[in-house]
Design a protein. Structure first.
Length: 460
Protein backbone atom coordinates (compact mmCIF):
# COMPACT_ATOMS: atom_id res chain seq x y z
CA UNK A 1 0.00 0.00 0.00
CA UNK A 2 1.45 3.34 -0.96
CA UNK A 3 1.92 5.55 2.06
CA UNK A 4 1.41 9.26 2.27
CA UNK A 5 2.45 11.52 5.11
CA UNK A 6 -0.56 13.60 5.89
CA UNK A 7 -1.14 16.11 8.58
CA UNK A 8 -4.30 17.56 9.90
CA UNK A 9 -5.02 21.04 11.08
CA UNK A 10 -8.08 23.04 11.87
CA UNK A 11 -9.78 26.19 13.34
CA UNK A 12 -10.03 30.06 13.84
CA UNK A 13 -9.30 34.73 13.60
CA UNK A 14 -10.34 38.53 11.82
CA UNK A 15 -10.67 42.14 9.84
CA UNK A 16 -10.25 45.85 9.55
CA UNK A 17 -12.00 47.67 6.77
CA UNK A 18 -12.25 51.44 6.18
CA UNK A 19 -13.45 53.63 3.36
CA UNK A 20 -13.20 57.34 2.54
CA UNK A 21 -15.43 59.63 0.52
CA UNK A 22 -14.87 62.76 -1.55
CA UNK A 23 -16.87 65.49 -3.29
CA UNK A 24 -16.83 67.25 -6.64
CA UNK A 25 -17.02 71.08 -7.01
CA UNK A 26 -18.86 72.69 -9.97
CA UNK A 27 -18.06 76.23 -11.36
CA UNK A 28 -19.96 78.20 -14.05
CA UNK A 29 -18.39 81.38 -15.61
CA UNK A 30 -20.03 83.68 -18.24
CA UNK A 31 -17.69 85.77 -20.44
CA UNK A 32 -19.03 88.63 -22.77
CA UNK A 33 -16.95 90.48 -25.44
CA UNK A 34 -18.17 93.90 -26.90
CA UNK A 35 -17.04 94.80 -30.45
CA UNK A 36 -16.41 98.61 -31.27
CA UNK A 37 -18.44 100.16 -34.16
CA UNK A 38 -16.67 102.78 -36.46
CA UNK A 39 -18.74 105.85 -37.70
CA UNK A 40 -19.70 106.12 -41.44
CA UNK A 41 -20.91 109.04 -43.66
CA UNK A 42 -24.48 107.84 -43.47
CA UNK A 43 -25.34 106.74 -40.02
CA UNK A 44 -27.00 103.35 -39.92
CA UNK A 45 -29.29 101.99 -37.30
CA UNK A 46 -27.30 99.42 -35.39
CA UNK A 47 -28.70 95.89 -35.24
CA UNK A 48 -30.14 94.98 -31.91
CA UNK A 49 -28.26 92.38 -29.91
CA UNK A 50 -30.09 89.87 -27.67
CA UNK A 51 -29.00 89.89 -24.09
CA UNK A 52 -27.79 86.38 -22.97
CA UNK A 53 -29.94 84.71 -20.34
CA UNK A 54 -27.86 84.11 -17.18
CA UNK A 55 -27.08 80.42 -16.50
CA UNK A 56 -28.36 79.20 -13.17
CA UNK A 57 -25.87 77.65 -10.75
CA UNK A 58 -26.88 74.02 -9.92
CA UNK A 59 -27.99 73.38 -6.37
CA UNK A 60 -25.35 71.21 -4.64
CA UNK A 61 -26.46 67.62 -3.97
CA UNK A 62 -26.18 66.63 -0.34
CA UNK A 63 -23.86 63.71 0.41
CA UNK A 64 -25.93 60.80 1.82
CA UNK A 65 -25.34 60.23 5.51
CA UNK A 66 -24.43 56.58 6.30
CA UNK A 67 -27.25 54.89 8.16
CA UNK A 68 -25.06 52.41 10.06
CA UNK A 69 -21.51 51.29 10.78
CA UNK A 70 -21.31 49.00 7.74
CA UNK A 71 -22.22 51.75 5.27
CA UNK A 72 -19.85 54.21 6.96
CA UNK A 73 -16.96 51.76 6.58
CA UNK A 74 -17.78 50.44 3.10
CA UNK A 75 -18.49 46.91 4.33
CA UNK A 76 -20.89 44.91 2.17
CA UNK A 77 -23.47 42.89 4.10
CA UNK A 78 -24.08 39.52 2.44
CA UNK A 79 -27.03 37.15 2.43
CA UNK A 80 -27.22 33.37 2.41
CA UNK A 81 -25.22 31.45 -0.19
CA UNK A 82 -21.70 30.43 -1.16
CA UNK A 83 -18.74 32.81 -1.36
CA UNK A 84 -15.03 32.69 -2.22
CA UNK A 85 -12.50 35.11 -0.74
CA UNK A 86 -8.86 35.33 0.27
CA UNK A 87 -8.08 33.34 3.41
CA UNK A 88 -5.04 32.20 5.40
CA UNK A 89 -4.03 28.59 4.71
CA UNK A 90 -1.21 26.14 5.31
CA UNK A 91 0.71 25.75 2.06
CA UNK A 92 3.26 23.23 3.37
CA UNK A 93 5.90 22.46 5.98
CA UNK A 94 9.48 23.70 6.35
CA UNK A 95 12.57 21.62 7.10
CA UNK A 96 11.88 21.95 10.83
CA UNK A 97 8.36 20.62 10.54
CA UNK A 98 6.80 24.05 11.09
CA UNK A 99 3.67 25.11 9.22
CA UNK A 100 4.11 27.53 6.32
CA UNK A 101 1.22 29.98 6.12
CA UNK A 102 0.08 31.73 2.95
CA UNK A 103 -2.95 33.23 1.25
CA UNK A 104 -5.30 31.41 -1.11
CA UNK A 105 -8.92 31.38 -2.21
CA UNK A 106 -11.15 29.88 0.47
CA UNK A 107 -14.80 28.83 0.09
CA UNK A 108 -17.42 29.81 2.67
CA UNK A 109 -21.19 29.41 2.90
CA UNK A 110 -23.87 30.97 5.12
CA UNK A 111 -27.40 29.95 6.02
CA UNK A 112 -29.80 31.23 8.66
CA UNK A 113 -33.20 30.55 10.23
CA UNK A 114 -35.38 32.55 12.62
CA UNK A 115 -38.09 31.32 15.04
CA UNK A 116 -40.61 33.41 17.00
CA UNK A 117 -40.64 32.21 20.62
CA UNK A 118 -44.06 33.84 21.33
CA UNK A 119 -42.71 35.46 24.51
CA UNK A 120 -41.31 38.69 23.09
CA UNK A 121 -38.10 37.01 21.94
CA UNK A 122 -36.90 35.18 18.83
CA UNK A 123 -34.20 32.57 18.20
CA UNK A 124 -31.79 33.04 15.31
CA UNK A 125 -29.61 30.16 14.11
CA UNK A 126 -26.79 31.24 11.79
CA UNK A 127 -24.36 28.72 10.31
CA UNK A 128 -21.05 29.56 8.61
CA UNK A 129 -19.13 26.77 6.86
CA UNK A 130 -15.58 26.84 5.51
CA UNK A 131 -14.43 24.25 3.00
CA UNK A 132 -10.92 23.17 4.11
CA UNK A 133 -8.04 24.13 1.84
CA UNK A 134 -6.09 21.10 0.59
CA UNK A 135 -2.52 21.61 -0.64
CA UNK A 136 -0.69 19.48 -3.22
CA UNK A 137 0.77 17.15 -0.60
CA UNK A 138 -2.62 16.30 0.89
CA UNK A 139 -2.42 18.35 4.09
CA UNK A 140 -5.53 20.40 4.75
CA UNK A 141 -6.27 23.44 6.86
CA UNK A 142 -9.37 25.33 7.96
CA UNK A 143 -8.07 28.26 9.97
CA UNK A 144 -10.87 30.76 10.45
CA UNK A 145 -12.31 32.94 13.17
CA UNK A 146 -15.85 34.25 13.36
CA UNK A 147 -18.32 35.89 15.69
CA UNK A 148 -21.49 37.94 16.12
CA UNK A 149 -21.69 41.57 14.96
CA UNK A 150 -24.31 44.30 15.42
CA UNK A 151 -24.74 45.84 11.97
CA UNK A 152 -25.87 49.21 13.37
CA UNK A 153 -22.91 49.95 15.67
CA UNK A 154 -20.24 47.55 14.36
CA UNK A 155 -19.82 46.05 17.84
CA UNK A 156 -18.67 42.44 17.57
CA UNK A 157 -18.68 39.68 20.16
CA UNK A 158 -16.79 36.37 20.33
CA UNK A 159 -18.22 33.76 22.73
CA UNK A 160 -15.63 32.65 25.26
CA UNK A 161 -16.20 28.90 24.93
CA UNK A 162 -18.21 26.68 22.65
CA UNK A 163 -21.63 25.20 23.45
CA UNK A 164 -22.19 27.60 26.38
CA UNK A 165 -24.83 30.36 26.16
CA UNK A 166 -23.50 33.75 27.28
CA UNK A 167 -25.79 36.62 28.24
CA UNK A 168 -24.60 40.11 27.32
CA UNK A 169 -26.04 43.61 26.87
CA UNK A 170 -25.82 45.50 23.59
CA UNK A 171 -26.20 49.29 23.61
CA UNK A 172 -27.39 51.16 20.49
CA UNK A 173 -27.47 54.83 21.44
CA UNK A 174 -30.73 55.05 23.41
CA UNK A 175 -31.60 51.36 22.97
CA UNK A 176 -30.33 48.46 25.06
CA UNK A 177 -30.88 44.79 24.18
CA UNK A 178 -30.23 41.66 26.20
CA UNK A 179 -28.71 38.97 23.99
CA UNK A 180 -28.04 35.32 24.70
CA UNK A 181 -25.39 33.90 22.36
CA UNK A 182 -23.84 30.43 22.00
CA UNK A 183 -21.61 28.92 19.34
CA UNK A 184 -20.97 25.30 18.37
CA UNK A 185 -17.75 24.62 16.49
CA UNK A 186 -17.53 21.48 14.38
CA UNK A 187 -14.17 20.45 12.93
CA UNK A 188 -13.44 18.60 9.67
CA UNK A 189 -12.87 14.85 9.80
CA UNK A 190 -13.35 11.69 7.78
CA UNK A 191 -17.06 11.97 8.57
CA UNK A 192 -17.52 15.77 8.27
CA UNK A 193 -16.48 17.98 5.31
CA UNK A 194 -16.25 21.53 6.76
CA UNK A 195 -15.15 23.75 9.57
CA UNK A 196 -18.47 25.02 10.94
CA UNK A 197 -19.41 27.78 13.35
CA UNK A 198 -23.09 27.45 14.29
CA UNK A 199 -24.48 30.39 16.29
CA UNK A 200 -27.67 30.42 18.35
CA UNK A 201 -28.87 33.91 19.27
CA UNK A 202 -31.89 34.62 21.50
CA UNK A 203 -32.84 38.30 21.38
CA UNK A 204 -35.86 40.65 21.67
CA UNK A 205 -38.33 40.31 18.79
CA UNK A 206 -37.85 43.97 17.79
CA UNK A 207 -34.07 43.65 17.37
CA UNK A 208 -33.27 43.78 13.62
CA UNK A 209 -29.50 44.36 13.32
CA UNK A 210 -28.03 40.89 13.92
CA UNK A 211 -25.12 39.74 11.78
CA UNK A 212 -22.18 37.36 11.80
CA UNK A 213 -18.64 37.56 10.42
CA UNK A 214 -15.86 35.17 9.42
CA UNK A 215 -12.22 35.85 8.55
CA UNK A 216 -8.83 34.14 8.40
CA UNK A 217 -6.57 33.36 11.33
CA UNK A 218 -2.81 33.48 10.86
CA UNK A 219 -1.55 30.13 12.15
CA UNK A 220 1.80 31.74 12.96
CA UNK A 221 0.20 34.92 14.29
CA UNK A 222 -0.45 36.58 17.63
CA UNK A 223 -2.62 34.20 19.68
CA UNK A 224 -2.67 36.64 22.58
CA UNK A 225 -4.28 39.28 20.35
CA UNK A 226 -6.93 36.72 19.44
CA UNK A 227 -7.70 35.49 22.94
CA UNK A 228 -7.95 39.01 24.41
CA UNK A 229 -10.93 39.67 22.14
CA UNK A 230 -12.98 36.73 23.33
CA UNK A 231 -15.91 37.53 25.59
CA UNK A 232 -15.77 41.31 25.05
CA UNK A 233 -17.41 43.81 22.70
CA UNK A 234 -14.96 45.09 20.07
CA UNK A 235 -15.50 47.31 17.06
CA UNK A 236 -15.31 45.24 13.89
CA UNK A 237 -12.54 47.30 12.29
CA UNK A 238 -10.23 46.58 15.25
CA UNK A 239 -10.36 42.83 14.77
CA UNK A 240 -7.14 41.55 13.24
CA UNK A 241 -7.31 39.37 10.17
CA UNK A 242 -3.83 39.61 8.63
CA UNK A 243 -3.95 39.70 4.85
CA UNK A 244 -7.17 37.71 4.61
CA UNK A 245 -10.58 39.07 3.70
CA UNK A 246 -13.58 39.31 6.01
CA UNK A 247 -17.14 38.35 5.16
CA UNK A 248 -20.09 39.91 7.01
CA UNK A 249 -23.51 38.23 6.80
CA UNK A 250 -26.77 39.90 7.74
CA UNK A 251 -29.58 37.87 9.30
CA UNK A 252 -32.41 39.79 7.60
CA UNK A 253 -30.62 39.71 4.26
CA UNK A 254 -29.96 35.99 4.71
CA UNK A 255 -33.63 35.29 5.46
CA UNK A 256 -34.62 37.17 2.28
CA UNK A 257 -32.20 35.23 0.06
CA UNK A 258 -33.75 32.79 -2.39
CA UNK A 259 -32.37 29.26 -1.84
CA UNK A 260 -30.17 27.82 -4.59
CA UNK A 261 -30.99 24.29 -5.72
CA UNK A 262 -27.90 22.22 -6.51
CA UNK A 263 -27.98 19.67 -9.33
CA UNK A 264 -27.00 16.09 -8.57
CA UNK A 265 -23.24 15.47 -8.81
CA UNK A 266 -22.24 13.62 -11.98
CA UNK A 267 -25.85 13.51 -13.23
CA UNK A 268 -24.78 13.92 -16.86
CA UNK A 269 -22.66 10.73 -16.59
CA UNK A 270 -25.25 8.57 -14.82
CA UNK A 271 -26.50 5.37 -16.46
CA UNK A 272 -29.63 3.33 -15.77
CA UNK A 273 -29.33 -0.01 -13.95
CA UNK A 274 -25.57 -0.16 -14.50
CA UNK A 275 -25.05 -3.34 -12.45
CA UNK A 276 -27.97 -5.19 -14.01
CA UNK A 277 -27.18 -4.18 -17.60
CA UNK A 278 -23.54 -5.26 -17.23
CA UNK A 279 -24.41 -8.48 -15.32
CA UNK A 280 -22.18 -7.58 -12.34
CA UNK A 281 -22.12 -9.17 -8.88
CA UNK A 282 -20.55 -8.37 -5.51
CA UNK A 283 -18.32 -10.39 -3.22
CA UNK A 284 -18.64 -10.41 0.56
CA UNK A 285 -16.30 -10.07 3.53
CA UNK A 286 -13.09 -12.05 4.01
CA UNK A 287 -9.92 -12.55 1.98
CA UNK A 288 -10.26 -11.18 -1.55
CA UNK A 289 -7.88 -12.65 -4.11
CA UNK A 290 -7.72 -10.94 -7.49
CA UNK A 291 -5.38 -9.91 -10.30
CA UNK A 292 -3.92 -6.67 -8.98
CA UNK A 293 -0.65 -4.79 -8.73
CA UNK A 294 2.44 -4.91 -6.53
CA UNK A 295 4.51 -1.79 -5.93
CA UNK A 296 8.26 -1.59 -5.25
CA UNK A 297 9.64 1.72 -3.91
CA UNK A 298 12.96 3.04 -2.62
CA UNK A 299 13.68 6.11 -0.54
CA UNK A 300 15.70 8.88 -2.20
CA UNK A 301 18.49 9.65 0.29
CA UNK A 302 18.90 13.23 -0.95
CA UNK A 303 15.25 14.27 -0.84
CA UNK A 304 13.98 11.76 1.72
CA UNK A 305 11.03 10.96 -0.57
CA UNK A 306 9.85 7.54 -1.73
CA UNK A 307 10.32 6.86 -5.45
CA UNK A 308 8.57 4.12 -7.44
CA UNK A 309 10.90 1.55 -9.02
CA UNK A 310 8.40 -0.96 -10.49
CA UNK A 311 4.67 -1.73 -10.63
CA UNK A 312 3.94 -5.38 -11.46
CA UNK A 313 0.64 -7.04 -12.38
CA UNK A 314 0.18 -10.21 -10.30
CA UNK A 315 -2.20 -12.15 -8.07
CA UNK A 316 -2.63 -10.35 -4.74
CA UNK A 317 -4.80 -10.79 -1.68
CA UNK A 318 -6.52 -8.16 0.45
CA UNK A 319 -8.71 -8.53 3.52
CA UNK A 320 -12.13 -6.84 3.47
CA UNK A 321 -14.72 -6.19 6.18
CA UNK A 322 -17.81 -3.98 6.32
CA UNK A 323 -19.98 -2.56 9.10
CA UNK A 324 -23.26 -0.65 9.04
CA UNK A 325 -24.61 1.46 11.90
CA UNK A 326 -27.74 3.59 12.31
CA UNK A 327 -26.92 7.08 13.61
CA UNK A 328 -30.40 7.69 15.00
CA UNK A 329 -31.13 10.77 12.89
CA UNK A 330 -32.43 9.11 9.75
CA UNK A 331 -28.91 8.37 8.49
CA UNK A 332 -26.51 5.44 8.73
CA UNK A 333 -22.75 4.97 8.50
CA UNK A 334 -21.27 2.26 6.28
CA UNK A 335 -17.57 1.48 6.79
CA UNK A 336 -15.57 -0.72 4.43
CA UNK A 337 -12.05 -1.62 5.62
CA UNK A 338 -9.29 -2.98 3.36
CA UNK A 339 -6.40 -4.69 5.16
CA UNK A 340 -3.02 -5.18 3.47
CA UNK A 341 -0.97 -7.81 5.32
CA UNK A 342 2.69 -8.81 5.31
CA UNK A 343 3.91 -5.81 3.36
CA UNK A 344 7.69 -5.87 3.10
CA UNK A 345 8.73 -2.54 4.61
CA UNK A 346 12.19 -1.45 5.71
CA UNK A 347 13.70 1.94 6.42
CA UNK A 348 14.59 2.57 2.77
CA UNK A 349 12.56 0.03 0.76
CA UNK A 350 8.91 -0.88 0.44
CA UNK A 351 7.22 -3.72 -1.43
CA UNK A 352 3.51 -4.40 -1.17
CA UNK A 353 0.07 -4.38 -2.75
CA UNK A 354 -0.88 -1.17 -4.51
CA UNK A 355 -4.58 -0.70 -5.14
CA UNK A 356 -7.39 1.70 -5.87
CA UNK A 357 -10.47 1.40 -3.67
CA UNK A 358 -13.61 3.46 -3.26
CA UNK A 359 -17.40 3.53 -3.43
CA UNK A 360 -19.85 3.49 -6.33
CA UNK A 361 -23.62 3.66 -6.89
CA UNK A 362 -24.52 0.36 -8.56
CA UNK A 363 -27.57 1.84 -10.32
CA UNK A 364 -25.87 4.81 -12.00
CA UNK A 365 -22.26 3.54 -12.22
CA UNK A 366 -21.01 6.76 -10.62
CA UNK A 367 -17.93 6.79 -8.36
CA UNK A 368 -17.84 9.26 -5.44
CA UNK A 369 -14.13 9.77 -4.60
CA UNK A 370 -12.34 11.36 -1.66
CA UNK A 371 -9.88 14.21 -2.13
CA UNK A 372 -7.49 13.35 0.70
CA UNK A 373 -7.34 11.37 3.93
CA UNK A 374 -9.28 12.26 7.09
CA UNK A 375 -11.54 14.73 5.28
CA UNK A 376 -15.05 13.88 4.08
CA UNK A 377 -16.40 14.93 0.70
CA UNK A 378 -20.06 15.85 0.28
CA UNK A 379 -22.12 14.79 -2.75
CA UNK A 380 -25.71 15.32 -3.88
CA UNK A 381 -27.46 12.24 -5.33
CA UNK A 382 -30.82 11.97 -7.04
CA UNK A 383 -33.12 8.93 -6.86
CA UNK A 384 -36.68 8.81 -8.23
CA UNK A 385 -36.74 12.59 -8.53
CA UNK A 386 -35.67 13.14 -4.92
CA UNK A 387 -32.30 14.63 -3.91
CA UNK A 388 -30.24 13.71 -0.85
CA UNK A 389 -26.65 14.10 0.36
CA UNK A 390 -23.96 11.59 1.25
CA UNK A 391 -20.57 12.06 2.92
CA UNK A 392 -17.58 9.98 1.80
CA UNK A 393 -14.33 9.87 3.82
CA UNK A 394 -11.10 7.86 3.92
CA UNK A 395 -8.85 6.94 6.86
CA UNK A 396 -5.36 5.39 6.89
CA UNK A 397 -3.80 3.34 9.68
CA UNK A 398 -0.40 1.63 9.78
CA UNK A 399 0.28 -0.87 12.57
CA UNK A 400 2.83 -3.51 13.48
CA UNK A 401 2.11 -7.06 14.67
CA UNK A 402 5.39 -8.49 15.82
CA UNK A 403 7.73 -8.33 12.84
CA UNK A 404 4.90 -7.86 10.35
CA UNK A 405 3.44 -4.53 9.33
CA UNK A 406 -0.11 -4.17 8.12
CA UNK A 407 -2.00 -1.23 6.66
CA UNK A 408 -5.73 -0.57 6.94
CA UNK A 409 -7.62 1.84 4.70
CA UNK A 410 -11.20 2.51 5.78
CA UNK A 411 -13.73 4.20 3.53
CA UNK A 412 -16.80 5.50 5.34
CA UNK A 413 -20.12 6.70 3.92
CA UNK A 414 -22.87 8.54 5.79
CA UNK A 415 -26.16 8.37 3.90
CA UNK A 416 -29.93 8.09 4.43
CA UNK A 417 -30.98 4.81 6.09
CA UNK A 418 -33.09 3.80 3.08
CA UNK A 419 -30.22 4.21 0.58
CA UNK A 420 -29.00 0.74 -0.38
CA UNK A 421 -27.30 1.10 -3.79
CA UNK A 422 -23.77 1.57 -2.45
CA UNK A 423 -20.97 -0.90 -3.29
CA UNK A 424 -17.21 -0.82 -2.72
CA UNK A 425 -14.76 -1.43 -5.55
CA UNK A 426 -11.17 -2.71 -5.52
CA UNK A 427 -8.66 -2.83 -8.38
CA UNK A 428 -4.98 -2.44 -9.26
CA UNK A 429 -3.10 0.85 -9.14
CA UNK A 430 -0.56 1.59 -11.87
CA UNK A 431 0.04 5.22 -10.92
CA UNK A 432 3.76 5.94 -10.57
CA UNK A 433 3.60 9.74 -10.18
CA UNK A 434 2.84 11.70 -7.04
CA UNK A 435 -0.83 12.57 -6.62
CA UNK A 436 -1.81 16.26 -6.59
CA UNK A 437 -4.29 16.27 -3.72
CA UNK A 438 -5.25 19.91 -4.24
CA UNK A 439 -7.45 18.96 -7.20
CA UNK A 440 -11.11 18.97 -6.18
CA UNK A 441 -12.78 15.56 -6.07
CA UNK A 442 -15.74 15.15 -8.43
CA UNK A 443 -18.09 12.29 -9.23
CA UNK A 444 -17.17 10.32 -12.37
CA UNK A 445 -18.23 7.19 -14.25
CA UNK A 446 -16.77 3.77 -13.38
CA UNK A 447 -16.02 3.50 -17.10
CA UNK A 448 -13.38 6.21 -16.68
CA UNK A 449 -11.55 4.35 -13.89
CA UNK A 450 -8.14 3.31 -15.22
CA UNK A 451 -7.10 -0.15 -14.00
CA UNK A 452 -5.09 -1.60 -16.89
CA UNK A 453 -4.89 -5.40 -16.91
CA UNK A 454 -5.99 -5.82 -13.29
CA UNK A 455 -9.41 -7.05 -12.17
CA UNK A 456 -12.22 -4.74 -11.04
CA UNK A 457 -13.86 -6.32 -7.99
CA UNK A 458 -17.09 -5.15 -6.31
CA UNK A 459 -17.70 -5.75 -2.59
CA UNK A 460 -20.51 -5.30 -0.08
Amino acid sequence: MKRKGLYVLATVALLALAAGCGSDEVKNTDNQVTEAVLPTEVPETPESTATPTPTATPTPTATPVPTNYMEANGIEVLGAGQYTCKGIVVTGWDENGEKIAGNADVEYSFEVTETDNADGTKTICGTINQVPYVNEGGSWSAWSMGGFVDLQTGKSFLPTVGNVAQVTLLKQEENEYELQLAVERIYPSATYPCYTERYTLVCPSEYEDAGFFITGLDVNGDWEAYTERKGFWKKLNFIRHGESDMLVFGVNKGLATEPVTKTADGAELAEENYFEVNDLTTRGEGRVRYLGTELFQKRNHETGLWETVTVETKEVEVGFSVTEESLGDGTKQIRGTFRYDNDDISENEYRGTSSKAGVMDKQTGLIYPTQTYNLANSYVLEKDGEQFSILVGREYMEEAEGENVYVEVTISVICPEEYDDLVFYLTGNYMTEEVDYSKKAEAFSIRDLEHGESDLVFLR
